[in-house]
Ligand binder design. Structure first.
Ligand code: CA
Length: 228
């Protein structure tokens, strides 16, 4: 079977080598130590997932995302030090798909890469499909209906719109700001707390145990993602 290609853009050689050693059995790994090297590898190879450090010596990781997103939808997992939530939010709003906070657990890295690859595959499928299914959850975009265990779930139009945007981006972390703007427009003045209220209502309706959600994952201080 053909291996998926992973590109690591990270200037810290020990971290770059560590990530590479964790992934190289399962994937073909390309290593870049500068933004310039990374961008040149992206344009000359078919890359399936990019793991990007935000603190690079020659160019800010944020600018790397902007450059890549001008022409490519390749999933980008941002790697950042702790306490840089605002950088992560910025990276996600500019088109990064997911993030890892250093130091991360080895298994966490592997599972994020797996999700990103599934996300890049399902991107293509969802565009042609009018329904999205995950475990016992189903959403019908054509009729704007939501089902759990094949039972119709009564939801409001805002709840449906939140679920639609999360499932259409399943596996990708959407920031509070992104969701608020997408649902209520840029000037609606809705706050994170009203989004939290909607999310609590949605979870009560679709989750078996809203305190331990299977479908919608909370990223504290950052946003939400739909599980994949
Ligand atoms: Ca760095």
């Amino acid at each position: 079977m053909l291996k998926n290609n992973i590109l690591i853009i990270e200037d810290d050689k020990s971290i770059n080598d560590l990530i590479s050693s964790l992934l190289k059995d399962e994937y073909t790994v390309y290593q870049a130590f500068t933004a310039k090297e990374g961008l040149s590898l992206v344009s000359s190879n078919t890359i399936d997932v990019i793991i990007l450090d935000l603190g690079l010596p020659d160019l800010d990781g944020i600018d790397v995302i902007i450059k890549i997103r001008k022409s490519m939808t390749t999933p980008i997992i941002v790697v950042s030090a702790r306490n840089f939530e605002s950088d992560i939010v910025k990276a996600l709003d500019l088109g990064a798909d997911d993030y890892l906070i250093k130091p991360f657990r080895n298994n966490e890295l592997k599972s994020r890469v797996k999700i990103a690859i599934r996300h890049s595959i399902s991107n293509n499928i969802i565009n042609f499909d009018m329904t999205f299914k995950y475990m016992n959850f189903k959403i019908d975009y054509d009729k704007a209906l939501v089902y759990v265990d094949n039972k119709l779930i009564p939801i409001t139009s805002n709840e449906y719109r939140i679920l639609a945007i999360l499932t259409k981006n399943a596996g990708k972390v959407l920031t509070y700001d992104y969701i608020l703007k997408a649902i209520w427009g840029p000037n609606a003045g809705e706050s994170n707390s009203s989004l939290r209220v909607h999310m609590a209502n949605i979870r009560r309706k679709i989750e078996v145990n809203p305190a331990d959600p299977q479908f919608i994952i909370t990223h504290v201080g950052i946003g939400y993602s739909f599980n994949l």
